[in-house]
Design a protein around this ligand. Structure first.
Ligand code: ARG
Length: 462
């Protein structure tokens, strides 16, 4: 008989390489606190249901406390022969408290144990990400407030399009991060059901109290179907999907920082603390942090694909394939949380080169749409106005001018409808100030949105 917790029906020992291949301790030991928490709730429930004596419960709870201490102090040796965090802790419990330890697994299986522990662990990690998202939004709102009237070029196709305000640009990301926050909240809601009591797959013959363990562990309710409770990992997929989209948002933001920090743009400067140099080119100051965050996206989206393919065609109920969920989702949470942390610390130290932004907004004929709008207000149809301004832009390109520098005579030559007043009102300030409707880029609108956001973010239950 082998020494495994499941060794009864085995004659020969496990192949040595299989021991290592089969084990998940290196990945799942970080869930030790949640495994212990689940065991406490389970044991307490067994005692309430008269399945464990008071003495047995006491021994188990003391033993679990001691094991938690051992792990926290780094004194616990996780053995790969014991496969995972669950069997390592259970075996140690029996070593410490004897017979009572062997009773802990009554009416439980590792299948509901791991499903419970993973949900508890990911719930905590999700709460941390939710907090980081709010912090990052706050950082961006602060910048938006400070730069509410900083004029910059807005781009489409990465070509100069229309002037916008820097604050407005920051607030666009605040909105994206808010939807990311919402997606994590949604995933958390669906995840927060307790699989404990599903046992291996079919439930248990013991008179257990699933509502009690669910309540003890802060779940909203017990999972309603034992097969589903142990065999789906859709909550992992949802968290990975929310993480992937969030990482994609971060990659877009970081891509802009990288472009903006190049000598060719010079819109911003990141502080030395968040940049690195080159081993050969002495002039270099590289935006490695935004680049790395952009690069993490591949890894995070990879985690989502890993889990979708992992679950595809898996028959009910538990299959060992699902042990692969943790490496993917833990890495994703580590990378996403670290990326958000860097953003939160890096952005307040960013310098915004207002003059550069202003000059860039003032070149590239970005006021052309506004000139067309002026023509429309003077009675020209929009399509004709578009053509007239297009002609004016072509003239400016030929003569190396900007629209706002056209003289009265040049206007008259281009089109009879073009007036000197239209040209003189073509400042970039006027362009952004005019867009003062809800959702527009006008400084007053940015300030209003900042006030709304501050209010929401400071009253965090929103
Ligand atoms: N380490 C396993 C996992 O992460 C625990 C469940 C194993 N159950 C089993 N019957 N082999 O999925």
């Amino acid at each position: 008989m082998s020494d495994k917790p499941w060794g009864g029906r085995f004659d020969a020992p496990t192949n040595a390489f299989v021991e290592a291949f089969n084990a998940s301790t290196d990945v799942d030991q970080r869930m030790y606190a949640q495994d212990i928490e689940g065991s406490r709730a389970h044991a307490t429930m067994l005692h309430r249901q008269s399945i464990l004596s008071s003495n047995e419960l006491k021994k188990i709870l003391n033993g679990l406390d001691e094991i938690e201490g051992e792990i926290e102090r780094g004194e616990f040796a996780f053995l790969i022969e014991l496969e995972d965090v669950h069997m390592n802790i259970e075996r140690r419990l029996t070593e410490r408290v004897g017979e009572a330890g062997k009773k802990l697994h009554t009416a439980r299986s590792r299948n509901d144990q791991v499903a419970t522990g993973t949900r508890l662990y990911l719930r905590q990690r999700t709460d941390h990400v939710l907090d980081l998202l709010r912090q990052f939004q706050m950082v961006l709102v602060d910048i938006a407030q400070r730069e509410h009237d900083t004029i910059m070029p807005g781009f489409t196709h990465l070509q100069s399009a229309q002037p916008v305000t820097f604050g407005h640009h920051m607030l666009a990301y605040v909105e994206m991060l808010d939807r990311d926050h919402g997606r994590f909240c949604d995933a958390r809601k669906r995840m927060n059901e307790c699989p404990l009591g599903s046992a291996a797959l079919a439930g248990t013959t013991f008179n257990i109290d699933r509502q009690f363990t669910s309540d003890q562990l802060g779940f909203d309710r017990p999972c309603a179907n034992s097969l589903d409770g142990v065999s789906d990992r859709d909550f992992v997929v949802e968290l990975l999907a929310a993480s992937s989209l969030c990482a994609v948002h971060l990659s877009r933001f970081c891509e802009e920082l990288i472009l903006w920090m190049s000598a060719q743009f010079s819109f911003i400067e990141l502080s030395d603390a968040f940049c690195t140099g080159s081993s050969i080119m002495p002039q270099k100051k590289n935006p490695d942090m935004p680049e790395l965050i952009r690069g993490k996206t591949g890894r995070i989206v990879g985690g989502l694909v890993t889990m979708l393919v992992n679950l595809k065609s898996l028959p009910l109920a538990y299959n060992k394939d699902m042990q692969e969920d943790k490496a993917a989702v833990f890495d994703t949470f580590d990378q996403l949380s670290a990326s958000l942390r860097i953003c939160i610390d890096m952005l307040p130290e960013m310098t915004v080169n207002r003059d550069k932004l202003y000059d860039a907004a003032s070149s590239g004929h970005a006021t052309a749409t506004d000139l067309a709008d002026h023509l429309v207000r003077a009675g020209v149809s929009f399509r004709d106005a578009h053509a007239i301004v297009g002609k004016a832009v072509a003239y400016c390109i030929r003569t190396k001018k900007e629209l706002h520098t056209l003289s009265v005579n040049e206007c008259a030559d281009l089109d009879a409808h073009l007036s000197a007043e239209m040209i003189s009102s073509l400042s970039v300030e006027a362009c952004v100030a005019a867009r003062k409707h809800l959702g527009g880029c006008a400084p007053q609108q940015v300030q209003m949105q900042c006030t709304l956001w501050k209010d929401r973010l400071e009253n965090q239950d929103a």
